[in-house]
Design a protein around this ligand. Structure first.
Ligand SMILES: Nc1nc2c(ncn2[C@@H]2O[C@H](COP(=O)(O)OP(=O)(O)OP(=O)(O)O)[C@@H](O)[C@H]2O)c(=O)[nH]1
Ligand SMILES: [Mg+2]
Length: 195
């Protein structure tokens, strides 16, 4: 049976050509730099050290590939949008991400991380609209920074602004809030994915 707990690191791809062959199904973790993508991946797989986490934005500099049973994959993507990441690096990430998000046939679902205190920025909204063909799980991360009431208000506010193929959930890699539901959804993407 498919379980995110079986994830194992395969390789980092600095170029799209270095990715595994484009067949089967994969789910990618995307969002702004420092949003908590790698932390979410670790929490959802139950493996604390699987993807590298850092206080310094721009930590994930490659497309990191994790294999699951049955030929499925998870992909940890470099973040976008952080002003303090050097311009050359930002441009390289942006090119990589655009190429990946627009051309990858095996991409059957996305997990979009956004800090619950900031909500969705223009880049996040553009991404959501660019991929109307696949389900998107929006995890409002670092939910531990807000009260329960604050979390609910943020979720409602964000849910109003996104199209139907998106599902919004408060999430904390630190406390584990939202982890079980997020894991179920990602496993469902891989099982019944849009492609
Ligand atoms: N309070 C709190 N902090 C978090 C949570 N998740 C991640 N962080 C912190 O946010 C920072 C960035 O986390 P990462 O998981 O490396 O973020 P990322 O999106 O992978 O970052 P890049 O790879 O640089 O794009 C780290 O200092 C984490 O400890 C959370 O649920 N709660
Ligand atoms: Mg990362």
């Amino acid at each position: 049976m498919l379980s995110l707990h079986d994830a194992a690191f395969v390789a980092g791809a600095a170029r799209l050509a270095d990715l595994p062959a484009d067949y089967g199904r994969e789910v990618a973790f995307t969002g702004r730099s420092n949003a908590g993508k790698s932390s979410a991946l670790n929490r959802l797989t139950g493996q604390a050290g699987l993807a590298r986490v850092s206080k310094t934005p721009g930590r994930t500099q490659q497309l990191n590939v994790f294999a699951l049973d049955g030929g499925h994959r998870l992909i940890d993507l470099p973040g976008y949008g952080y002003a303090k990441v050097p311009e050359a690096l930002r441009r390289r990430f942006a090119g990589l991400l655009e190429g990946y998000l627009h051309n990858r046939q095996s991409l059957c679902g996305l997990v979009l991380l956004a800090d619950i205190r900031q909500g969705l920025k223009d880049e996040d909204q553009n991404l959501v609209r660019a991929r109307g063909d696949i389900p998107i799980l929006i995890l409002l991360s670092k939910a531990d920074k807000l009260s329960r009431g604050g979390q609910k208000a943020r979720v409602l506010a964000v849910a109003k602004t996104v199209p139907e193929h998106c599902y919004v959930l408060p999430f904390s890699a630190h406390t584990g809030d939202g982890v079980d539901e997020a894991r179920n959804r990602v496993e469902a993407f891989l099982r019944d994915g849009a492609r």
